[in-house]
Design a binder for this molecule. Structure first.
Ligand code: ZN
Length: 303
């Protein structure tokens, strides 16, 4: 997708990376597994640019980097919304290619170290071609930086699909780059509900995004054929959590929940993420004494 909105010398563009098929089994309905499409945003001034959520694998970094290079800007910063590996394990490659620094909140940086520790047991077992991912991200004073006179403000929103998540607010564009706080036409990753005891914190995070009064929201996972209307994506994200809550009450098993969700959202992409989240939620319910980290790993790895 090539969304662009301009305010004087400021524009933004969105690149959506698609994933190859996975080799660790199939979904309950027989479909091959495939990770959700992944969106990166390039916020461009006349000469400089800021890139967000640079993706995970070397192949993705190459595709994204070539697209960025075509825009002909000097990339000063790469901002990472949260610590899940799909959003930043390739940051080092892109930082090196463009001579950019990597920026995140202190909370996200702490979580990045956790993601690196989990890599060999989780990410590397499912996906090939993830480059070395040392944590090189730095914080910026007051969570703010600038692009040719325009403020880019990092807003910490707490728990959403993971811990210590944030969004980037570009008020001069009416834009929020929302990472995985808001989704657009993709199934949401729901396992964090177990960690924080419900969707309450996520709903609060959505409220914080809404309070910024954006017109446009770039979601970390989106169907590239949809627009980026803020009101619609916020409403749909809230509704998805409501429906998930309802179906978690009524559906007896992970497979039942998966089937009920794809019946309600037949056009949503990212069923692999739905299935992994469902398995984690029902795994925790069925075996409450078990270490949840192990349940999550099994939810992603098992065929
Ligand atoms: Zn994600």
């Amino acid at each position: 997708m090539n969304t662009a909105d301009a305010t004087e010398n400021l524009t933004y563009h969105v690149f959506v990376n698609e994933w190859p098929q996975q080799t660790n089994g199939f979904l309950p309905n027989g479909e091959p597994k495939r990770f959700s499409p992944q969106a990166s945003t390039l916020i461009c001034g006349s000469d400089n640019a800021v890139l967000t959520d640079p993706g995970m694998t070397a192949d993705q970094a190459r595709a994204l980097g070539d697209w960025v290079a075509e825009k002909g800007r000097n990339v000063t910063d790469i901002f990472v919304t949260h610590a899940h590996g799909d959003h930043w394990f390739a940051a080092g490659l892109l930082a090196e290619r463009f001579g950019a620094r990597v920026v995140a909140t202190a909370g996200t940086i702490a979580q990045m170290h956790q993601s690196v520790a989990t890599r060999p047991f989780l990410w590397d077992k499912v996906y090939t071609g993830i480059p070395p991912s040392p944590v090189t991200a730095i914080t910026v004073p007051d969570n703010r930086f600038r692009l040719e006179g325009h403020d880019l403000v990092i807003v910490e929103v707490g728990d959403s699909d993971s811990t210590d998540t944030s969004v980037l607010h570009v008020s001069d564009l009416g834009l929020v780059v929302a990472g995985d706080v808001i989704y657009n036409g993709c199934h949401m990753y729901l396992a964090q509900r177990v960690v924080v005891g419900g969707f309450g914190p996520w709903r609060e995070a959505i409220d914080k995004v809404e309070a910024l009064k954006p017109r446009h929201i770039v979601c970390g996972h989106q169907n590239k054929h949809l627009d980026d209307d803020a009101e619609r994506t916020i409403a749909e994200t809230r509704q998805y959590l409501d429906r998930a809550d309802e179906l978690l009450r009524t559906q007896p098993s992970a497979v039942d929940f998966f089937n009920a969700m794809i019946e309600r959202y037949p056009n949503h992409l990212g069923r692999t993420v739905l299935w992994a989240g469902a398995r984690a939620l029902y795994g925790a319910r069925e075996d409450p004494g078990k270490d949840f980290g192990k349940i999550v790993v099994a939810a992603w790895l098992e065929p």
